[in-house]
Ligand binder design. Structure first.
Ligand SMILES: C[S@@+](CC[C@H](N)C(=O)[O-])C[C@H]1O[C@@H](n2cnc3c(N)ncnc32)[C@H](O)[C@@H]1O
Length: 276
């Protein structure tokens, strides 16, 4: 047991993937859904007031009259997809969390909204249609490895019509600079975010080269030792533009966030609007 704990606390190679489930773990996915649906919490989705502002800016900037077919990648429980539909887009949402997609489907049904939800890994996406506009919101892009980001941009490019737009956001160098390295622990005798029953969580917060951070969490309980890796690649405007240009996209706009606020040197995020 001790050896296993010691091993699991070692810093992993860059972009090492978590061995077990995260998004589809029975307990964690329940906590994530709760976080998505909390209107005041910025854990899984942004605060509801921001999403309202953001969806309104998106519809004014990339209007449904010109870009009717919208694909929302990593749509979660459909907070954006529902607003987009109400604004007049014809929306498809894709996500690989069972719990999020199930919630999204039920919520759309209850409200009489016609949204196509697909349970699928977007890194394996191969749909028989193309879209006018693709969104990928809340910095999911930077959670991927360099190879997976390249693959994803290729897949997105294939799913866009000529002249189609892509909007995504990432964390900036400012966020990397304010990230503090260190180690923390948490005792959860009655369970918590990671597990239903008692556990201890040992976490390491590390910086890697090229503006990459890692949140490494080892869960220790009577039953197991399990480690989770949450990677985040941050960008400068230049490094982001250079990366997306390589995949054939042209930059149509750059903003502080997906609500279209003007970008400044210490913005924590960067949103980029691209054209095929
Ligand atoms: C941070 S949440 C953002 C949700 C939503 N875009 C929002 O802003 O409310 C990321 C979502 O992406 C989904 N996701 C992560 N990787 C994915 C993948 N490879 N394929 C499909 N969905 C993925 C997760 O299940 C989760 O619902």
């Amino acid at each position: 047991m001790l050896n296993k704990i010691i091993q699991s606390l070692e810093k992993p190679l860059l972009y090492q993937k978590t061995a077990g489930e995260f998004w589809n773990d029975e307990h964690i996915s329940k906590q994530m859904l709760k976080a998505h649906l909390d209107p005041e919490f910025e854990g899984a989705s942004r605060k509801l007031s921001f999403i309202d502002k953001s969806a309104a800016w998106i519809k004014d900037t990339i209007p449904p009259t010109s870009y009717p077919l919208l694909l929302d990648m990593g749509c979660g429980p459909g907070l954006y997809a529902e607003k987009f539909t109400q604004y007049g887009y014809k929306v498809t949402g894709i996500d690989f969390s069972h719990r999020a997609i199930e919630y999204a489907r039920n919520s759309a049904l209850k409200q009489g909204l016609h949204i196509k939800y697909l349970f699928q890994d977007y890194l394996e996406m191969s749909l028989h249609e193309t879209f006018d506009f693709i969104t990928m919101i809340y910095c999911d892009y930077g959670a991927l490895s360099t190879d997976d980001r390249k693959k994803l941009l290729r897949i997105i490019y294939q799913h866009l019509k000529p002249g189609g737009k892509l909007l995504l956001d990432v964390f900036s160098k400012e966020t990397f600079d304010s990230f503090r390295e260190g180690q923390t622990w948490e005792s959860c005798p009655s369970g918590g975010f990671w597990r239903e029953h008692s556990y201890i969580a040992l976490s390491g917060h590390y910086k890697y080269q090229d503006l990459i951070t890692l949140e490494q969490t080892t869960i220790i309980s009577d039953a197991e030792v399990a480690t989770y890796y949450i990677w985040n690649t941050c960008f400068t405007q230049n490094s982001l533009i250079e990366e997306v240009n390589k995949s054939g996209f042209n930059v149509s706009g750059i903003f502080e966030n997906v609500a279209g606020e003007k970008s400044h040197h210490n913005s924590p995020t960067i949103a980029i609007l691209l054209e095929k």
